[in-house]
Each structure stands twice: as structure tokens, then as C-alpha cells.
Design a protein around this ligand. Structure first.
Ligand SMILES: Nc1nc2c(c(=O)[nH]1)N=C([C@H](O)[C@@H](O)CO)CN2
Length: 119
């Protein structure tokens, strides 16, 4: 199955970081998400209930960021990958998180993970 639903540059302003100053104020993160799924049913039904709804995934990412506070991007990515694989009809997720305010000299920095649903 190689069908894909994606999200690009989803901005979430949140508290994240190792340093004390990062715990005092929200900063922007940008999420890129690639989700492998199967379009077969939706292509027949033409019903949004049969797809991985990118709006619902985006809302879930925002809600999780608002509900949790961690230091590392890696921790947040692992949590979100687990949520996406368990709550949506996704067999594999690639999640990239960019933190543009972290390194002054860089346009952006960040991390990427790929996780598959256990079969
Ligand atoms: N691989 C990572 N490196 C760093 C992280 C991170 O989450 N993952 N975080 C920081 C600090 O919070 C940094 O963003 C402050 O500028 C440093 N390195």
C-alpha cells in the first residue's frame, strides 16, 4: 500500500525545550507529516469518513502539543507517531519537526522519525 496523506508546515506555537528560557514562552514548531494509508474504500465511497482526514490529524497534533510539555523534539515526535498510528488508519508515518528559532545561524533545525504499525 503506497497511498499517502500528507501535511506540510503545520505551525504550532508551544512550550518546548531544554533551557529555562524555553519553558517561559511559546515558540513555533513546524510539522511535516507523511502517512501511508489505503485509498481504495474512499475512492469508491467518496466519503470523508473513509479517509485519513488531514484536518483531524492536524487538530490532534495541535491538541497534543497544548496538553503536554516535554524538553526534546524526539520525545514529542515519538508521542505523536504513537498517537497517529493508534488513532488513524495509517500503516506508516514519517514525522518531521522543525524548530526555526533554536539556532540563530540556521534557517531551521529539527528531527525526523519513521514508525510503522506493528502487524
Ligand atoms: N536533537 C535535539 N537537539 C536539541 C534539542 C532537541 O530537542 N533535539 N533541543 C535543544 C534545545 O532545546 C534548543 O532548541 C535550544 O536552542 C538543543 N538541542
Amino acid at each position: 500500500m503506497q497511498d499517502k496523506v500528507f501535511i506540510r508546515q503545520l505551525q504550532v506555537n508551544t512550550i518546548i525545550g531544554v533551557f529555562d528560557f524555553e519553558k517561559q514562552a511559546k515558540q513555533p514548531l513546524f510539522f511535516d507529516v507523511d502517512m501511508l494509508t489505503d485509498f481504495a474504500k474512499a475512492a469508491q465511497s467518496d466519503n470523508v469518513d473513509d479517509v485519513v482526514d488531514y484536518a483531524k490529524v492536524s487538530a490532534r497534533i495541535i491538541a497534543h502539543c497544548e496538553a503536554t510539555q516535554v524538553e526534546l523534539l524526539e520525545t514529542l515526535a515519538e508521542q505523536l507517531a504513537t498517537i497517529i498510528l493508534s488513532e488513524f488508519a495509517v500503516s506508516q508515518v514519517i514525522l518531521r519537526i522543525s524548530k526555526p528559532q533554536a539556532v540563530l545561524e540556521a534557517q531551521t533545525v529539527g528531527i525526523e522519525i519513521m514508525r510503522k504499525k506493528q502487524s
